[in-house]
Write a protein that binds this ligand. Structure first.
Ligand SMILES: O=C(O)CCC(=O)C(=O)O
Length: 272
């Protein structure tokens, strides 16, 4: 289903760059099956009867928006098998040096031809409601990607730049690099961009502090991905912080407990 055994060279690359791009991850026999789940999900046909936590597009909305569902795993069995796969949890934990990983949120992402931008951001900036405020992302591509398809892009080494509060538009900003350029100028940083160009079934991991975003899809091809955003298995709810995505996810906090309940934040992998 998913195959990866990380080696030391790959771990070193991740530590150096803040991301790791690998051509082979998902077995190719699953690619079409996974893609076939996108239409029903964006039509609001949820196999489990459970609605995802967020969806920004449904059939009938403007065609050129990049479509995103958050927590498709709750709605669809096949998506769950991949975004909650133990190899995703193990790989994220190995790269971040964690003892294990929980899924804090998934994304089902669909950028059609002419699909618009996603603004540059840092993933961990959205989870100030967690302790520690960190994140690790596993982005699994279901299509061949290139700069032309508006693929995910990273700023090399930017995971060493610290964490900024989230600013600017996330969906479809006119200038998707605006916040990145402002930050780099104010802080004297050099911007070195790398495009994630992988075949369908490829993967890219990125650190929660790594600046990333994506441009317009100028090709005639659809660009689809499923994404796991992970946190350490023992991360806790912050007692007071309510920024970022807290409004959506802090509602899963149980009375008198700061634990991330596995019913809502599945444990993907734990050492031993
Ligand atoms: O696929 C994209 O365009 C952006 C994905 C993203 O921001 C993420 O996976 O953290």
């Amino acid at each position: 289903m998913i195959n990866l055994e990380l080696n030391q060279n790959q771990i070193n690359q991740f530590n150096e760059n803040g991301f790791l791009i690998i051509d082979k991850f998902i077995d190719l026999e699953f690619i079409e099956k996974l893609k076939s789940r996108f239409e029903p999900l964006f039509k609001g046909e949820f196999e489990t009867g459970i609605e995802p936590d967020e969806w920004n597009w449904k059939f009938g909305d403007p065609e050129d928006l990049t479509r995103q569902i958050c927590n498709g795993w709750k709605a669809d069995h096949l998506i769950k098998q991949f975004v909650c796969h133990e190899i995703v949890g193990k790989s994220c934990s190995t790269l971040m040096n964690w003892g294990g990983a929980k899924l804090v949120q998934d994304n089902v992402l669909w950028k059609p031809p002419k699909g618009k931008t996603l603004g540059y951001h840092q993933d961990a900036a959205y989870d100030d409601w967690l302790i520690p405020q960190t994140m690790m992302t596993c982005w699994m591509s279901l299509d061949n990607t290139s700069e032309k398809t508006g693929t995910l892009e990273y700023v090399k080494g930017s995971h060493k730049w610290g964490l900024q509060p989230p600013k600017g538009e996330f969906h479809s900003p006119e200038d998707y690099k605006e916040q990145l350029n402002l930050f780099a100028k104010e802080n004297n940083k050099e911007i070195d961009i790398v495009y994630v160009e992988v075949p369908a079934g490829g993967v890219s991991f990125h650190h929660g502090f790594t600046w990333h975003g994506s441009g317009i899809n100028t090709s005639d091809e659809h660009r689809r991905a499923i994404v796991s955003h992970c946190v350490p298995y023992d991360a806790k709810f912050h007692p007071t912080n309510d920024g970022g995505t807290a409004k959506t996810y802090k509602k899963y906090k149980q009375n008198n407990s700061d634990e991330l309940d596995e019913k809502y934040f599945p444990l993907l992998w734990k050492k031993n």
